[in-house]
Design a protein around this ligand. Structure first.
Ligand SMILES: [Zn+2]
Length: 453
C-alpha cells in the first residue's frame, strides 16, 4: 500500500514539475515581447530578490555591502547598481568556496565547472539547486531562431561542459527524449566528423574556431551529407568571412551568441542578424569605462549581474570582454536591448610542425583542470616551441609542472619543446583584449593542414 502511495506522490510531483516547466518556458518566451516599462519592472523585482538573497546568504557580498555601507533596501533597480563596487575574478578567486556560495547550498551536490573564460584565470563555478532554470533562455533563443522541438541537436564542446540533463530534458520523463548529443572536442577531428556523419543533426552548436576547423575539413575531404539547418556559434569573435564560409558549406543559417559560464546566455542574434539581444530578464549588462557607464556607440567593459544565479551570485561582476551598446530598435519585435559588437574574445590556434592545428579550447581545458594555477598564458614562439607562463599559489608543486608538461605532450606530441615559466605577474597584452593563447608564427610561412578558407 505504502508503495502505491509513494508511487502516486512521485507521479504527482512529476506532473507538477512538467506543468510548471511548460509554464515557465512560455512565460520566458513572452518576456522578450514585454514593453520597456514591464521589462524594467520585472528586472527590478528580480534584482531586489537577488540582492536580498546575496546579502543574507553569502559571506562575500555581506562583507562587501557592509564595507561600503550599502543596505539591500538601497538597491531597487538597475540605476542603483552603480553604488555597488565591481567584483573582478581576482577578488573571489582566492576566497574559500564557503564565502562565495549560498550558505544553504549543499556543496557536495553542486555541479562544478572550471573555466578561464577570456582572462586566463582558471576559476571554479558552482551550480546547484538554488539556481533558477538556466536552460530557459537557451530554449527561447532556439525557438526564436528556426529550431523545432523534434530537431536533433549536436553540441561540440569540452568534456566538462557535457550536460547531464540537456536541452529539453527536465526531471520529468515527459521531456526525456534523446534529441541532443554531446561530442568532446578533445577526441579530435576524425572522431567529430565520423559522429557528425552518422548523427545527421538539424542544429549544430560549438565554438567558432572549432566549427570553422570542422567546416574547412568537410570542404577539404568533400564530405556531402552533413547539413545542419541552423548553426549556433559562441566563445569567440565571428568574422563576416567565417560566417559566410560556415553557412555556405553547411547550407544553413548561422547565429552567434554571447554566453559565459558564470550566468549562461547573455545576448544572442535574432533572424535579422542586427546585433545581439541582451536577455534582460536573465542578466543585467552594464558597459563601463573608467568607472562610468558609456554612452550609446561607445566601447565599454562588460559588467554583469546574473538575475537567476542563487548558488553562486554574481553582482556587478566584470567579465573581461568589451561591447558597444546600440540605440537601434530591431525590426524583429523583440524588446530586449541590443548590443552592437562583442570584442575581446579571441584566441589563436597552436599549429604543429606536421600542419595539425590544436584548438585554443583544448589548450585551455587542459590548464583549467589544474587547481593551483591562478593565471596563465600560452605562447607559441616558434613552430616547435611553446612557452607556458603560469602564476600559481603557494601549494603548487613540481609534480604539477610535470603533469602539465605530460598533458600537453599528449596533445601536441614530443616534437614540440614546452617551456614552463613560473611568473609572479602576467602582463596584459592590451587594455581590453586579453588573449590567453597567442601564436607568434607568421602563418603564411607555415604549412597548415587546412588553409583553403
Ligand atoms: Zn531582433
Amino acid at each position: 500500500m505504502r508503495y502505491f502511495v509513494n508511487r502516486k506522490g512521485a507521479v504527482y510531483r512529476r506532473i507538477k514539475g512538467t506543468i510548471s516547466y511548460i509554464f515557465d518556458t512560455f512565460q520566458h518566451g513572452r518576456n522578450q515581447f514585454l514593453s520597456p516599462e514591464s521589462l524594467r519592472s520585472l528586472q527590478s523585482k528580480k534584482l531586489k530578490k537577488l540582492i536580498h538573497h546575496a546579502y543574507y546568504n553569502t559571506v562575500y557580498y555581506r562583507n562587501l555591502f557592509d564595507r561600503w555601507k550599502i543596505k539591500p533596501s538601497d538597491v531597487n533597480d538597475e540605476n542603483d547598481l552603480i553604488n555597488i563596487p565591481i567584483t573582478i575574478r581576482k577578488n573571489i578567486q582566492s576566497l574559500p568556496k564557503e564565502d562565495i556560495l549560498n550558505k544553504n547550498e549543499d556543496i557536495a551536490g553542486c555541479r562544478i565547472v572550471r573555466t578561464s573564460g577570456s582572462t586566463g584565470e582558471p576559476f571554479s563555478i558552482y551550480r546547484g539547486k538554488y539556481d533558477r532554470e538556466r536552460r530557459l533562455p537557451y530554449i527561447r533563443m532556439y525557438a526564436s531562431n528556426r529550431c523545432r522541438f523534434n530537431d536533433k541537436m549536436l553540441i561540440i564542446t569540452t568534456q566538462q561542459n557535457f550536460s547531464k540533463s540537456g536541452y529539453f530534458r527536465t526531471k520529468s520523463s515527459f521531456f526525456r527524449r534523446k534529441r541532443e548529443k554531446y561530442l568532446s572536442l578533445e577526441k579530435g577531428i576524425d572522431y567529430l566528423l565520423d559522429e557528425m556523419r552518422s548523427y545527421k543533426c538539424d542544429i549544430l552548436i560549438g565554438y567558432v574556431s572549432v566549427i570553422r576547423e570542422i567546416t574547412q575539413e568537410i570542404k577539404r575531404r568533400n564530405i556531402k551529407n552533413i547539413h545542419p539547418r541552423v548553426i549556433f556559434l559562441t566563445g569567440e569573435m565571428l568574422s563576416k568571412k567565417d560566417r559566410g564560409f560556415i553557412s555556405s558549406v553547411f547550407n544553413g543559417e548561422v547565429f552567434d551568441y554571447y554566453s559565459c559560464s558564470e550566468c549562461g546566455i547573455i545576448a544572442w542574434e535574432c533572424r535579422e542578424h542586427n546585433g545581439y539581444h541582451v536577455d534582460a530578464d536573465n542578466v543585467i549588462v552594464e558597459l563601463v569605462k573608467d568607472d562610468k557607464s558609456v554612452c550609446v556607440g561607445e566601447e565599454g567593459k562588460v559588467i554583469i549581474t546574473c538575475l537567476n544565479s542563487y548558488t553562486m551570485p554574481f553582482i556587478r561582476y566584470e567579465l573581461g570582454d568589451v561591447c558597444i551598446l546600440s540605440d537601434k530598435k530591431c525590426p524583429c519585435g523583440i524588446g530586449f536591448p541590443v548590443l552592437k559588437l562583442i570584442a575581446g574574445r579571441s584566441n589563436d590556434y597552436i599549429v604543429l610542425p606536421d600542419g595539425r592545428r590544436i584548438s585554443p579550447y583544448l589548450m585551455m581545458a587542459t590548464m583549467d583542470k589544474i587547481k593551483r594555477v591562478i593565471k596563465y598564458r600560452i605562447v607559441q614562439e616558434t613552430i616547435d616551441k611553446i612557452r607556458i607562463k603560469i602564476m600559481v599559489d603557494s601549494y603548487f608543486s613540481q609534480e604539477e609542472i610535470n603533469a602539465i608538461r605530460l598533458d600537453y605532450e599528449k596533445i601536441m606530441g614530443k616534437d614540440i619543446s614546452i617551456e614552463i615559466d613560473l611568473c609572479k605577474e602576467i602582463e596584459k597584452n592590451s587594455v581590453y583584449k586579453k588573449h590567453v593563447i597567442i601564436s607568434c608564427l607568421n602563418r603564411s610561412n607555415i604549412k597548415e593542414s587546412n588553409n583553403d578558407n
